[in-house]
Write a protein that binds this ligand. Structure first.
Ligand code: NAP
Length: 324
């Protein structure tokens, strides 16, 4: 497994980070048990994964905690997240702290390596910084949080406004951010990476495959709609196989492989998160994230054809497990 530094946190982790949310939620999202999910975490660790991203709302902290008891807590880097609002209603400071205690209990640990404010929409940023950041700083003082981060809401913030504001802060308080980036959603190249690189802020990439590159026909339908709306040039794109050029002559073995390789080698990308509940996908994705870049001509074509798009393929998960 290739090793990467997470910004200036001092953490060095495997480049492929196991995302324990998304639609799969380690398989719990489609009926697997918590023990099976813990088994998947252990299988990931056995294949070199050391970074695990979970959250209170995913309902997978318990599985990560169970796996940590077998693996050894100090051999894993565990990241979790807490929400500050739920369906337009604020989660007050007391409830937020109570959720943090529950996270530690579920994870069966007394510290998390990275704690992030979860899915912060632009309108909530001020509140995140003024009210919840001080709470996290106090927990950091106590040693219960090692590093502090913030994650964007892909579907609610396609223009990445929240991160633009957060990264413009003097003495940026956020040590790591999580952002949406993929082959048809490349806006972070202008909006996020220049600042994270300049300020030494760690990056975790999400939505790299999601549904658009894993569900049959969704890519073709999405590209068809974008052409119809005038956002893509039909003269330049094969409507029946919009990314067929990536699979030609063995450039990549599959669209998921291409998607993970594309994200991994973007300048500014630290950890590529991948979400799965499937052991075969686990192995394939770790392999893909450790492969060399796609051919330079393919990368250039992806930029030319799709570099102007934003907000594509950023769908909400089908369900969250826990309501905070
Ligand atoms: N705002 C936030 O904080 C936020 C928002 C979104 C995501 N995230 C984090 O980012 C992580 C990654 O996002 P994501 O869950 O959307 O993951 P992803 O890696 O972009 O996509 C995963 C989806 O693709 C499928 N898949 C994975 N590998 C495959 C393969 N080799 N072949 C075919 N299908 C494959 C998975 O289903 P299978 O189970 O069948 O493999 C799953 O449905 C999440 O788990 C979560 O930790 C955070």
């Amino acid at each position: 497994m290739d090793q990467v530094s997470l910004g200036s946190t001092g953490l060095t982790v495997g480049a492929a980070g196991l995302g324990c949310g998304g639609n799969s939620r380690l398989g719990i999202g489609y009926g697997k048990s918590e023990d099976e999910a813990a088994g998947l975490v252990e299988a990931a660790f056995d294949q070199g994964v050391t970074f695990f991203d979970t959250a209170r709302v995913y309902g997978t902290e318990g599985a990560v905690g169970t796996a940590a008891q077998s693996i050894g807590r100090d051999r894993m880097v565990i990241a979790t997240k807490g929400m500050i609002y739920w369906k337009e209603a604020d989660i007050d400071e007391a409830a937020f702290l109570q959720n943090f205690e529950t996270s530690l209990r579920e994870l069966k640990t007394d510290y998390v390596d990275l704690f992030s404010l979860h899915g912060i929409r632009p309108a909530y940023y001020q509140r995140a910084r003024d009210i919840y950041l001080p709470i996290l700083l106090r927990e950091k003082e106590k040693g219960r949080i090692r590093h502090i981060g913030i994650t964007e809401s892909g579907p609610a913030d396609p223009g990445q406004e929240m991160l633009s504001t957060a990264l413009a802060e003097d003495d940026c308080p956020w040590e790591a951010v999580m952002l949406a980036f993929h082959m048809l959603n490349q806006g972070a190249r202008q909006k996020v990476f220049p600042k994270t690189i300049e300020k030494g802020v760690g990056t975790q990439l999400m939505f790299v495959v999601r549904n658009i590159f894993s569900q049959p026909n969704l890519l073709d339908e999405t590209v068809g709609a974008l052409m119809h709306e005038g956002n893509l040039d039909p003269a330049r794109i094969d409507a029946k196989a919009p990314l067929g050029f990536l699979l030609a002559d063995g450039h990549a073995a599959s669209l998921t492989e291409a998607a993970y390789r594309y994200a991994r080698h973007e300048p500014g990308a630290d950890i590529v998160l991948f979400g799965t509940g499937n052991v075969a996908h686990l192995g394939a994705n770790i392999a893909a994230i450790n492969m060399p870049p796609l051919p330079a001509d393919d990368v250039a074509l992806l930029k030319t054809l799709f570099g102007h798009l934003s907000g594509v393929g950023l769908d909400l998960p089908h369900t969250y497990s826990k309501v905070p």
